[in-house]
Write a protein that binds this ligand. Sequence first.
Ligand code: NAI
Length: 337
Amino acid sequence: MAEPIRVVVTGAAGQIAYSLLYMIARGEVFGKDQPIILHLLDIPPMVGVLEGVVMELADCALPLLVEVKPTTDPAEGFKDVSAAFLVGAMPRKEGMERKDLLSANVKIFRTQGQALDKFAKKDVKVLVVGNPANTNALVCSSYAPSIPRENFSAMTRLDQNRATSQIAAKLGVPISAVNNIIIWGNHSSTQYPDAGQGKVTVGGAVKSVVEAVNDTSYLQGSFVETVQKRGAAVIAARKMSSAMSAAKAACDHMHDWWNGTAPGQFVSMGVFSDGSYDSPKDVIFSFPVEIKNKQWKIVSGLTLSDFAKTKLSVTGKELQEEKNEALSVLDSNVSNL
Ligand code: NAI
């Protein structure tokens, strides 16, 4: 058996974590031979709930789970971790302006960035799930200068999974037959779900999704809108936000980062933009990436339609605005943003 690795989940008493912790501890992310020490970080009012989660994890009798450490202290939570799922964030409350929400989250992700910088392993992989995920990841990284910025990412995998599922249903094929559906930009309603590079395997032959669907008005219309508004649709139906599917997507994201992607297959991750595809530089922008040896690389050379370019520009603009708003509430001494 390998040496155990330490993995932290923040927001550990919340609803996404309730599914996520189980999946991680079962070996679905880091492998069935990798023992895990789970750090559960939440805030002091949630200590009682955390105790219940610890009891349930014990009662699952999971062979890979070596130890569980519940804590409300970021120093303890981030100590020696190899992977961090940053799920906890300040939710939007009634009457809260976007700037107030951003400001509350900047404080949380500043503290967590500082704690990662001081206490985590230098090769820690950080996945930000808590919203606004892209900008929270940007803030977190800026307070952890000793950790490479490539190690910070934001989750758009749930959007990718939703989009892939829509295409599979439209074509009447299994999910596994559909690949390379991309989410571009922000994890928000401006994201651009793009089937333009998608591939589908039908009867052993690989076809482009565009050709197989053969319906531009669907691919540019209700497909895009359904994916963009799926989170709101789940809230309307369930009266609570997506949790099981968000946890699954977080596992998929970290699994592929850890283990790599298959040749020719790409996945969507919010990562530091290098300006590819005319996106704004130095924001956390969701791109198609390929992963090898735990390093992601933005897929280059894809041809985008004029429609796609317009959509990328809208979501890029929103990310730049979010970044400017975050900067306005950040300490003036943070210069590497
Ligand atoms: P939840 O409200 O059930 O749980 C959040 C937990 O975070 C709570 O236990 C809370 O006490 C904790 N928390 C708050 N501040 C914290 C801090 N400073 N340190 C540690 N823990 C802290 O929320 P849920 O449903 O689990 O969602 C969590 C976040 O994930 C939300 O921001 C939500 O918007 C976001 N989300 C993102 C998705 C994505 O695709 N990127 C998809 C679905 C949700």
